[in-house]
Each structure stands twice: as C-alpha cells, then as structure tokens.
Design a protein around this ligand. Structure first.
Ligand SMILES: [Zn+2]
Length: 292
C-alpha cells in the first residue's frame, strides 16, 4: 500500500509538471483567442467537492478582474452567432444547481467587481436542503432568484429533478427541460433562453429537443473544444469546471490553451498505456486523479 501512495504522489507530481510545461508554452501563444465559460457550483465554507471557499473565489475574481475581460453569456453569443468581436481574453461565469451560497457569498463579490454571471436552477430543488456526500447545502428560494435576476444575473434552466438526460426516456426528458423553463419564467417574469444539462450529459436527441424549445444557448459535453470559437454550435458548449480541487495556480492554467493540450496529451497517453499491460496500474491511479 505504501508503494501505491508513493506512486500516486509521483503521478500527481508528473501531472502537475506536464500542466506547468503546457502552461509556460501557452504563454508563447498570447495572441490566440482564449474565450472560456467557467462553471461553479457552491461558494461556501463546506467540504463538498463541488464547493469553492469564498476567499478562494474572491482571489479568482480579483485575478479575472486584472487579467481577463468578464463578459455575459449574451456577449459571447453575439461573438459566436453574429461574429461580433471580443477581447482575446474573455471569460463568462456560471453557477449550476442554484445553491443559496451563491447568493450569500458569490453575489456580493460579483457585484463588487461588476461582473455579469448566470445561475442555472434545478426547479424541483428550489428552497430545499440538499445533501451532497453527507454535506447539507441550502438551495436558493424564488425571492433570491428574483432579486439576482433583477440585478443583472442571467437565470437559466437545469431541469426539474437533475436527472441524467441520457438515461431517461425522451418524453420525460422533454418534460424535465420544458417545465423547468416555464417554472422559472413564471417566477422571474423573463424569458429563459439558456439551458445546462445535468452532469453535462446530452446526446443528439437531447440537443434536438433543446433546439426545438427555442433555447439560445446550452451547455453539455458534446463539444470537443474547451474554448469558445466563432461559429461554434451554441447548443453544445463546454464549460471549465472549478471546484475545491483547483488550486490557484491550476485556476490560472485552466484559463489557457494548456487545458486543451493536456486533454490531447491525456487521450494519446492512454492509447499508449493500453498497449503495455504492466502500466495499467499507473493508468488506474491516474484516472482517479483526472481533472475535468
Ligand atoms: Zn447540476
């Protein structure tokens, strides 16, 4: 077991080093457009994996304020669909599920920096208390959702019960998507034009459903690109997830081309590893450490 621990540490070190090399290389491509959309969940003082602590979030926002141009989803949509120009380093900020901590801790920081943001609500969980790996997390109520919506935060739909849309029948998926949209529209008095698939799970049929419901924008995992391109399919956009495992240096790395290069490196290396059975243990440990 001790040897496994050492192996794990060595693999983490190797992984960080590779990231670092890619990060330094990415500095040579300064003029390439790097437009990304960040995905957060909860911003609080809890131990849930999807949580980012308020002081970490504040540091990340300070960094974005200095080095990036924080824009709204609408601005990015203008770039994708109409070819409107955007600064080379632009970022949009989104939150999934609708945790109360976003209102309590992230919203004041966003307001201070005057950063636009979007929150995707799972309507069946509004006002409830959710349990994530035994950590209890309070969810937003309609009053807070209305308040942030009236103050420049875009509200999007994230289904009613947060199912894996690939695993349920199409009729139920349709209900999950359309009724969550309608429920939010009824409560905030605005059109809901954005949708995020729970767990990023979607397939062609789901994308067609989303299209037929008139959404302008949807997030999932079908796109192979981490960065947003002009003319990209706006219904399968990918986001960059930031959670408790992302140290500050990795936050910086995740905003650069290093992420895409690392992804390619990962795909190629697993192909090589599969040819050598004795490397399978390393591969197993490595996969458990995988950063999204
Ligand atoms: Zn979610």
């Amino acid at each position: 077991m001790a040897s496994e621990k050492i192996a794990t540490k060595l693999i983490i070190l190797a992984k960080d080093l590779i990231y670092l090399v890619f990060y330094l290389l990415s500095k040579l491509f300064r003029r390439q457009k790097k437009i990304s959309i960040l995905l957060y969940h909860s911003i609080g003082k809890n131990s849930a994996h999807c949580n980012v602590r308020p002081e970490q979030f504040e540091m990340q926002m300070e960094y974005l304020g200095k080095k990036y141009n924080v824009v709204s989803l609408d601005t990015i949509l203008g770039f994708i669909k109409e070819g409107k120009d955007l600064p080379e380093k632009s970022v949009a900020i989104t939150f999934d599920d609708g945790y109360y901590s976003v209102y309590q801790n992230a919203y004041p920081i966003l307001k201070k920096h005057r950063f636009p943001a979007a929150v995707f609500i799972t309507t069946g969980n509004v006002q409830k208390q959710m349990s994530l790996n035994r950590v209890k997390l309070r969810m937003l109520g309609w009053n807070e959702i209305k308040e942030i919506s009236n103050n420049g935060v875009t509200i999007g739909a994230h289904t009613i019960t947060h199912p894996d849309l690939e695993q349920i029948d199409l009729e139920t998926a349709k209900k999950e998507i359309s009724e969550s949209k309608e429920e939010i529209e009824k409560n905030i008095g605005r059109d809901v034009r954005y949708f995020a698939s729970p767990y990023g799970k979607e397939n062609e049929e789901i994308v067609n459903l989303i299209r037929s419901m008139g959404f302008d924008y949807a997030f999932g995992r079908l796109s192979s690109r981490k960065f947003i391109q002009k003319g990209a399919n706006h219904l399968i956009l990918k986001r960059t997830e930031i959670d408790s495992s992302v140290a500050f240096w990795m936050f910086k790395v995740k905003l650069t081309k290093a992420v895409e290069w690392y992804q390619k490196f990962e795909q190629n290396s697993s192909r090589i590893v599969s040819r050598f059975p004795f490397l399978s243990k390393v591969d197993q440990i490595y996969n458990t450490l995988s950063v999204s």
